[in-house]
Design a protein around this ligand. Structure first.
Ligand SMILES: Cc1ncc(COP(=O)(O)O)c(C=O)c1O
Length: 377
C-alpha cells in the first residue's frame, strides 16, 4: 500500500531530536525554527517530559472517559493557575480542529443559533465546522460548505456590528496572531469592541489559541494582550509538545449536560501526563519570558535587514515578509544551511516557530545564513 499523497515533502528524514536541533539519519544536524508546526514548546527530548510519559505508561496509559481520571482534574487546576483563566471548565480532546469543532458546537448549543463569523485568512482546522470557518476554499468540501459562515476583515468593527445585529450569529472565532494565514494580528481596539459586541448580542467569542497558546506569544495566551475574557478558548499544539492533545476552556456561563460532548481518546492518561509536564517545564524554565526576550531579539535583528519588507508576529510566533516568493529561499535554508523554517498561505513570508527554549545564539545562526542567501537576491 502507498501513502495517500497529500503532503509535498522535503528530502529530509528526521531520526532523532534534542532541544532545538533535529538530526537526520546521516547525523546531519538541523536547527529547528519550525517546531514541527509550532508544536514543540518545551524542546525536543525534554528529560522531565519523557520521564513523565514513561512513568505514566508504566502505571496506566489509557482508559475510557466513562471512568474517573484525576489527572484531568489536576490539569484543569494547573492550567487555570498557569494561564490565570479561572472562570472556565476544561474539556479535553486530541487535536486543534477537534477543539475548534467542539467550541463552535458548544456555542451553538448555548445560544441555539448557527451562523459563524470568521476572519479573512483564518485557519481553524480541517473538520466540518472548523474547515468551513477556514478562509481557504481549496480545503472546503461541498459537505462542509453547508455551514453558515461569514468572513470579515480584521479591524472593521462596523462590519461585525451589521452581522451581529441580524441576531442569527452563534459565534465569532478569531486567532490573536494568525498562524497559517501569515501572522496578521487584530488591533487592540477592534478586539475590545468585538468583545463588547459579542456580550451585547449574546454571541460566543472563541479565541483559537491552538497555535498562539501555551506561552508561544510571550503571554500564556495571545489574546491576553487585550482586555477580554473569551467565552471559549481552544488549545492544542504546544499543549503536548508532540503528544496529540487538545483542549477547550469553557466559560462557566455555558452549562454542561451529560453527553453534550465526548471523545474516546481525549484527555487520556498519557495526554494528561504530557500536558502536565509541559506546564511544569514552561514554569520551571521561564519559557514565556524566554519567548518574549528571544522574540524581541529576533525582531530587532530582522528590522536591520533592508531586504525584509515586514516583520510580523510576537514572541516566538514570527514572520518575515519579503517582496519575492520564499519557497526557494526556504529550500536553501534547509539543504545548504540545515535550518527548518515554516511557510504560510502568504507565499512571500517565512514563518518562525521554534521551540520556546531557543536562545539568542541560535537566532544568530539563522541570520548569518539568511544574510548569505539574501546577497543572491
Ligand atoms: C490556529 C489553528 N487552529 C487550528 C488548527 C488545527 O489544528 P490540528 O492540525 O491539530 O487539527 C491549526 C493548525 O495548524 C491552527 O494553526
Amino acid at each position: 500500500m502507498n501513502l495517500f499523497d497529500v503532503y509535498p515533502l522535503y528530502e529530509v528524514t528526521p531520526s532523532k531530536a534534542k532541544d532545538v536541533f533535529v538530526f537526520d539519519e546521516n547525523q546531519n544536524k538541523y536547527l529547528d525554527l519550525y517546531g514541527g508546526h509550532a508544536v514543540i514548546s518545551i524542546g525536543h527530548g525534554n528529560k522531565y517530559y519523557i520521564k513523565s510519559i514513561v512513568d505514566q505508561i508504566n502505571k496506566i496509559g489509557f482508559y475510557s472517559n466513562a471512568i474517573k481520571n484525576p489527572l484531568q482534574n489536576e490539569l484543569a487546576v494547573k492550567l487555570a493557575n498557569a494561564s490565570n483563566c479561572n472562570n472556565y471548565s476544561l474539556f479535553m480532546c486530541s487535536s486543534g480542529a477537534e477543539a475548534n469543532e467542539n467550541a463552535i458546537k458548544l456555542a451553538s448549543f448555548y445560544n441555539n443559533k448557527s451562523r459563524i463569523i470568521s476572519f479573512k485568512n483564518a485557519f481553524h482546522g480541517r473538520t466540518s465546522a472548523a474547515v468551513a470557518a477556514t478562509d481557504n476554499p481549496n480545503i472546503v468540501a461541498p459537505i462542509n460548505s453547508q455551514q453558515k459562515v461569514t468572513f470579515l476583515p480584521f479591524n472593521e468593527i462596523d462590519k461585525v456590528k451589521i452581522e451581529l445585529e441580524k441576531n442569527d450569529v452563534s459565534s465569532v472565532i478569531f486567532e490573536s496572531i494568525q498562524g497559517v494565514g501569515g501572522l496578521d494580528q487584530p488591533d487592540e481596539e477592534f478586539i475590545n469592541n468585538l468583545y463588547k459586541l459579542c456580550k451585547k448580542y449574546d454571541v460566543c467569542l472563541i479565541a483559537d489559541e491552538v497555535q498562539s497558546g501555551f506561552g508561544r506569544s510571550g503571554d500564556f495566551f495571545g489574546f491576553q494582550k487585550f482586555k477580554i475574557a473569551p467565552d471559549i478558548i481552544t488549545l492544542a499544539k504546544g499543549m503536548g509538545n508532540g503528544f496529540p492533545v487538545g483542549g477547550v476552556l469553557i466559560n462557566r456561563k455555558i452549562k454542561p449536560k451529560y453527553g453534550m460532548l465526548g471523545t474516546t481518546y481525549g484527555g487520556n492518561h498519557l495526554a494528561c501526563a504530557a500536558s502536565l509536564s509541559v506546564l511544569h517545564q514552561i514554569k520551571e524554565n521561564n519559557l514565556m519570558e524566554n519567548a518574549k526576550v528571544v522574540g524581541d531579539y529576533f525582531i530587532n535583528k530582522a528590522k536591520k535587514i533592508d531586504k525584509i519588507k515586514n516583520v510580523k508576529g510576537r514572541g516566538l510566533m514570527l514572520g518575515l515578509e519579503f517582496n519575492f516568493e520564499v519557497a526557494e529561499l526556504r529550500k536553501k535554508l534547509i539543504y545548504d544551511h540545515k535550518i527548518f523554517t515554516g511557510g504560510s498561505s502568504n507565499k512571500k513570508l517565512i514563518r518562525i516557530l521554534p521551540p520556546l527554549t531557543i536562545k539568542k545564539e541560535h537566532i544568530d545562526i539563522f541570520f548569518k545564513a539568511l544574510k548569505i542567501e539574501l546577497k543572491k537576491h
